[in-house]
Design a protein around this ligand. Structure first.
Ligand SMILES: Nc1ncnc2c1ncn2[C@@H]1O[C@H](COP(=O)(O)OP(=O)(O)O)[C@@H](O)[C@H]1O
Ligand SMILES: [Mg+2]
Length: 307
């Protein structure tokens, strides 16, 4: 059986022989892919991690449109530096902590999220002062070397005063604790952070740019050809296929992944077992993608109204 499907990478040939529902289930699962920009971003994060402690810690701002893979990258980074327990010393170390910004951008909410990210739970009814000092103590105790704040654009939902307080909090954390901070967010977030004069010169920015019809994108399509569990070879290298994928996804990583997943599932269900230019004629398949664009545009309008 495994000699079959030689259009697939060897490691993926067995997947193609699984029953339809199992293949569909497989397709719906998230798995990390070593994309070029994501790899570059991880290298930048590594640099921040290994930086020696000194007066001014370098910080990194990872920015790009929703769906470009920012959360995937920072979570992967945290996985690569997972917490560990040293039995002899009886100590837990957590080199990387990822905090999701709370929807309500207050300092209390922020410290609450930070403590939760460090696996602490019992701190209800604590004053802001206590939350702050407990956070500080835990960051030191766990040997946290990089603090990642994901979705910092949420901060923009707050009043200008709240935003200022929040930027002060970031400044306090990097100055006082000498822990480098990585912020991930959209272009709006970049503007907010870089217009703060105290933060601007500390943060280097790394942008995740949408895919274009270039060699890197051909490589990505070739990867999909080699790993999607379809039983016949697809034609993802055709220029019109590549152009369709880019138009429908606007080059956004997450949308490309969802589109390829939908195309592959359709190819299993309709027994064509491969993807080519005509796969895009299926309207039922494209409908969710169109609504995805409408949602993205609505979000953008809402955000502009709030700002
Ligand atoms: N390196 C990657 N490997 C696998 N899937 C990815 C990768 N980057 C992005 N994705 C896909 O794109 C989707 C959106 O990524 P996400 O990190 O949530 O974007 P962002 O945080 O920038 O809005 C993910 O759910 C995942 O399916
Ligand atoms: Mg995200």
């Amino acid at each position: 059986m495994t000699a079959l499907y030689d259009h697939l990478f060897p490691a993926y040939r067995d997947t193609a022989s699984m029953p339809d529902d199992e293949r569909i289930d497989w397709l719906r699962r998230d798995r990390w892919m070593a994309l070029p920009q994501a790899g570059e971003a991880l290298r930048r994060l590594e640099d921040v991690l290994t930086y020696p402690q000194r007066g001014r810690m370098p910080c990194l701002l990872l920015f790009g449109t929703t769906g470009m893979g920012k959360s995937e990258i920072v979570n992967r980074f945290a996985e690569l530096h997972a917490s560990s327990y040293d039995q002899r010393a009886g100590l837990t170390t957590m080199p990387v902590v990822v905090v999701q910004m709370p929807p309500q951008p207050s300092e209390e909410e922020f410290y609450t999220e930070l403590l939760l990210a460090m696996n602490l739970t019992e701190f209800e009814h604590m004053s802001l002062r206590s939350l702050r000092s407990l956070s500080r103590r835990m960051l030191a105790e766990l040997g946290v070397r990089v603090l990642v704040l994901d979705e910092i654009d949420k901060m923009l939902a707050g009043s200008p005063r709240q935003q200022r307080i929040f930027l002060n909090t970031i400044r306090f954390l990097t100055n006082d604790l000498k822990i480098p901070i990585v912020c991930a967010g959209t272009e709006d977030a970049r503007i907010a952070v870089l217009t703060d004069p105290n933060l601007a010169d500390r943060f280097a920015a790394f942008e995740l740019v949408p895919w274009r019809n270039d060699q890197a994108f051909r490589q990505l399509m070739a990867s999909f050809s080699g790993l999607l569990p379809l039983r016949l070879p697809s034609q993802l290298d055709a220029n019109d296929v590549r152009q369709r994928v880019l138009n429908l996804s606007q080059g956004v990583t997450g949308r490309i992944f969802r589109l390829m997943e939908a195309l592959a599932i359709a190819a299993i269900r309709n027994k064509r077992e491969m993807i080519d230019a005509s796969s895009f004629d299926d309207e039922a398949l494209l409908l969710p993608l169109v609504s995805m664009q409408v949602i993205a545009n609505t979000n953008r309008t809402l955000r502009r109204r709030v700002a």
